[in-house]
Design a protein around this ligand. Structure first.
Ligand code: AMP
Length: 385
């Protein structure tokens, strides 16, 4: 076990937390060799997709389907229900968007609704949808909280063929009678485990009821434990099940270590020491509360660090701007709360730092999965008081 030792300093900045995690389990070397890259033996041509869609896929630079895409696209095109157990980074978005767009091209009356837990994920799905439907003139909308609802009301009244939304805003629009979901043909519940974590189950039930006439349901989740099975059956009737997570856990690509703040040491100074290391090029720092996130980010900026904050209290515009600045390297440190960082897919994050021990292992795994992506090795440090 290798622990970062630091200089003694005054003022402690500690808060009593009750976490279910044993810190000893957070020290691991990345096991990079373990990940085997899946190379599909087929190309997108072999999937017999509509030629306009195939053209956009090729234009996007996708040559071969990823594992989840190869395994799910044929069943989804033939309108089967599906449970896909796949994490972000596997190409899962394409695996439901490609068959949806194919069906929309084959039949003008098909409409799809994709429900995701977070605003950032909704915007990512929308981006991927836009690039896959370039020049196809479909009517689509993205409905997420933190944006002007009046604009959404106008968009909701159109004959949308494709909607991606977070549950709260979607149900709000339905409640205001701006949006009717009864003609939805395909319902996608993406990152279902996150939706449960975030307390969206009743919202999802409402959406499922409002789309009861749908002909296809697709559910994606990074994990499915036994307790979720019966819930899932409420939404997806006789699904095909595809699991591509085995052996490709993103945490295999992450060096994990703990940082012990000794009595008398100043935790923030310990953090600064770390961040001054040149290897810390693109860092997501997790804080437990919005207040702590704001405070740390302020302190970092006062110390001359390029830092920004995202959390649920910031407007969507602000969050999108901050993520762009971080993506393009204009800021180095993104201070985030759990919820705000869910679903974020940013390349080349070198480090994840947990400024406090996360409350659950699930939250820990999700956080450290923001680094060590796309074939890279990342590092995660967790502060232990
Ligand atoms: P996802 O798991 O959907 O978040 O996708 C992870 C990343 O893989 C995104 O940046 C996608 O653009 C990319 N991607 C998805 N499908 C393919 C593919 N068939 N070939 C290459 N890259 C892909």
């Amino acid at each position: 076990m290798q622990q970062k030792k630091t200089k003694n300093r005054n003022r402690g900045n500690r808060k009593k937390m009750v976490s279910s995690i044993d810190p000893k389990t957070l020290v691991k070397k990345a096991n990079f060799k373990k990940e085997k890259k899946y190379i599909s033996s087929i190309t997108f041509k072999d999937l017999n997709l509509h030629h306009k869609l195939e053209k956009n896929i090729i234009y996007k630079g996708y040559k071969k389907p990823t594992e989840i895409q190869e395994k799910s696209i044929p069943s989804l095109i033939s309108k089967k229900d599906l449970i896909g157990i796949a994490a972000t980074g596997t190409g899962k978005t394409g695996s439901f968007l490609i068959p949806i767009i194919h069906q929309m091209l084959e039949n003008k009356n098909i409409s799809a609704l994709v429900v995701v837990p977070t605003r950032e994920l909704a915007l990512q799905v929308q981006d991927e949808y836009h690039s896959l439907t370039k020049g196809l003139k479909f009517i689509s909308s993205c409905f997420i909280g933190g944006t002007n609802i009046n604009k959404d009301i106008i968009k909701a009244k159109r004959k949308n063929q494709f909607i991606v939304a977070t549950p709260g805003r979607l149900n709000d629009l339905v409640k205001r009678k701006a949006l009717k979901l009864s003609n939805t043909s395909i319902l996608v519940l993406d990152e279902f485990d996150r939706m449960l974590d975030m307390g969206f189950i009743n919202d999802v039930r409402k959406i499922s009821n409002a789309t009861a006439k749908r002909s296809q349901t697709i559910l994606f989740s990074a994990t499915v434990d036994k307790s979720q099975e019966s819930l899932i059956r409420e939404f997806v009737k006789s699904p095909i099940r595809i699991n591509v997570t085995s052996g490709t856990k993103s945490s295999d690509n992450v060096h994990q270590d703990i940082i012990k703040v000794e009595q008398g040491e100043n935790k923030f100074d310990v953090l600064l020491d770390l961040l001054n290391d040149k290897a810390f090029k693109k860092v997501i720092l997790f804080a437990e509360t919005k207040r702590t996130a704001d405070k740390i980010s302020r302190q970092l900026r006062n110390s001359g660090m390029l830092s920004d904050t995202i959390h649920g209290g910031k407007s969507q515009n602000y969050r999108s701007k901050v993520i762009d600045l971080f993506k393009t390297g204009k800021t180095k440190i993104l201070v985030a709360t759990d919820v705000a960082a869910r679903g974020i897919d940013i390349n080349n994050v070198t480090h994840v730092i947990n400024y406090q021990l996360p409350m659950t292992m699930d939250s820990y795994i999700h956080r450290i999965g923001r680094t060590g992506r796309a074939g890279k090795v990342g590092t995660a440090y967790t502060f232990i008081n």
